[in-house]
Design a protein around this ligand. Structure first.
Ligand code: GLN
Length: 527
């Protein structure tokens, strides 16, 4: 079997046994990236020299018998909204095109401390807003199973690079489904931990009460290993929780006994593609054959989840993204050009007759702007933000600013928080009855690039099954459970009570022991 097809656990064993060096392994992945990433476009940035240097250093330390970290010598890819000290961290936005953070995100520091080799930064929807990767300011990533289709988002690059064997492991983030949705659509394993399980320090904020970092991998076993490295309390993130981190990579082998599985009635209704439903129902049968009892239940407030999410997430985003003003952070407009344009406008107004001035003002609606014409600072903010942010990010900032404004706050934001509480209550009741909830990750397999770009609402509905996990703050996972007729991967969604990542992983491992969906790899351009 080619080196790059092995799982992370297998590769680590080979590295430890001296069957392969980190330089050889890193080079194999770099070659793979070189060969196929011009088609998949999973990476925004790869620095082969830095990766090889690091691999060499780890090989040297291994040879000298020095103690090494858990991931010693293994390449890992990182979603480009996690800060890497001194290296570009763009969030796939023009706004941060030239941003080099002065520090590492805690998860990045943990990978370095575990002696992983950081192989590159992966593409995403701008500021993680989106579910298709089409909102990247640079280029869309393509689904390795069908290059005309989306890989899902927002961690689309992170999922695609693992699916296409350009990295054995990657870090994604999930605010409303951004790890699970691309994992499902690309046929890899992805885990969104409980809110507070993994530090968010150095994760560029989208919606602070929802964002979490998590592992993406070929198998649950690999995800367990990576989560073990990432999880734990961080004094730099006040929302991270001070609980011991279980030995996920060991406990994962213990099957769940007397497993009770819940199927959410509402998740098998309108909008669910027949092939996805069939694959999910087959997966449930696999669990039954492993001894699980299946219960149907209801999450009555689930029908409000998408609406609630699309109030809360944009509100928090509008506040988080206020910092990008071209002064503190982010792209700054060309001020010389701005001054020249201002001067040309002023001359135009001076030359114009009174009627023309009035007419022009009314037609262009720039009365406010005329008042501010001498306020260069406000002009600069406006232009910088207008140039730096893409359409979807602007849409969210506007939605959020509106919902937070005086007079609307109670009707939208506060109401959304109340519904959020009810959604969490539904889960608490469900988990009194069952151990795991099982269902579809997305309503359909991957759609075509461009198919939904003009219809944001239908894109938002794609998050139907995933957003409530984040609203409730619990953990969720996507594992491969089949393929459509067209050969597109289908994901199975597992959800567990807070801080029960162990249960998710054990449940996923049981399934992967009994099936081989996770071991399939995309063909076509592959060989
Ligand atoms: N697709 C969802 C959105 O657009 C979720 C994104 C995410 O989890 N970062 O907001």
């Amino acid at each position: 079997m080619p080196l790059i097809d092995q799982t992370a656990v297998e590769l680590l064993a080979m590295l430890q046994a001296g069957d392969v060096t980190s330089v050889e392994l890193t080079q194999a992945y770099l070659d793979r990236i070189e060969q196929i990433d011009h088609q998949v476009k999973a990476f925004l940035r790869v620095d082969p020299n830095a990766a090889l240097e690091r691999a060499e250093e780890i090989d040297r330390r291994r040879k000298a018998g020095k103690p090494l970290g858990r991931l010693a010598g293994l390449p890992v890819a990182i979603k480009d909204l996690l800060c890497t000290a001194g290296e570009p961290t763009t969030c796939a936005s023009k706004m941060l095109e030239n941003f080099r953070p002065p520090y590492d995100a805690t998860v990045v520091a943990k990978l370095k401390a575990a002696d992983a080799v950081l192989i590159g930064k992966t593409n995403m929807d701008e500021f993680a807003m989106g579910g298709s990767n089409e909102n990247s300011a640079f280029f869309p990533t393509r689904n390795p199973w069908d290059l005309s289709r989306i890989p899902g988002g927002s961690s689309g690059g992170a999922a695609a690079c693992v699916a296409a064997r350009m990295a054995p492991l990657s870090l994604g983030t999930d605010t409303g489904g951004s790890i699970r949705c691309p994992a499902g659509l690309c046929g890899v394993t992805g885990l969104k931990p409980t809110y507070g399980r993994v530090s968010r320090y150095g994760l560029v904020a989208f919606a602070s009460s929802l964002d979490q970092v998590g592992p993406m991998a070929q198998t649950a076993e690999d995800a367990a290993l990576l989560l073990e490295v990432l999880a734990g309390h961080d004094p730099k993130d006040s929302t991270s929780v001070d609980l011991p981190v279980p030995k996920y990579s060991e406990t994962i082998r213990k099957p769940l006994e007397n497993l009770r599985i819940g199927l959410v009635r509402e998740h098998f209704g309108e909008g669910l593609d027949g092939e996805v439903e069939a694959a999910v129902r087959e997966a449930v049968k696999v669990y039954e054959s492993l001894g699980a009892k299946v219960v149907e239940l209801s999450l009555p407030h689930g029908k409000y989840a998408v609406a609630t999410y699309y109030v809360i997430a944009p509100c928090e985003a509008s506040s988080n993204l206020a910092r990008y003003d071209g002064v503190h952070y982010g792209h700054r407009t060309d001020e010389k050009k701005m001054a020249a344009e201002l001067e040309a406008q002023r001359r135009h107004w001076q030359d114009a007759s009174g009627t023309r001035q009035k007419h022009w003002q009314a037609a262009s609606g720039t009365h406010e702007e005329l008042k501010n014409q001498d306020n260069a600072l406000i002009r600069m903010y406006r232009r910088s933000r207008a140039e730096g942010f893409g359409a979807e990010v602007k849409r969210r900032i506007m939605l959020g600013t509106y919902a937070l404004s005086a007079g609307y706050y109670d009707a939208y934001y506060k109401k959304a928080l109340q519904v959020r509480r009810l959604i969490r209550g539904d889960f608490d009741r469900a988990f009194a009855e069952v151990d795991l909830l099982v269902g579809p990750v997305t309503p359909t397999p991957a759609y075509k690039i461009g198919e939904k770009v003009d219809d944001p609402l239908s894109m938002y509905l794609f998050d139907l099954y995933t957003v409530s996990t984040n609203l409730a703050g619990i953990g969720g996972m996507s594992i491969p459970c089949g393929f459509s007729q067209a050969g597109l991967p289908i994901g199975l969604h597992l959800q567990a009570p807070p801080f029960e990542e162990e249960r998710l992983l054990r449940g996923a491992f049981m399934f992967q022991q009994a099936t081989d969906w996770h071991a399939r790899k995309p063909g076509g351009f592959y060989e």
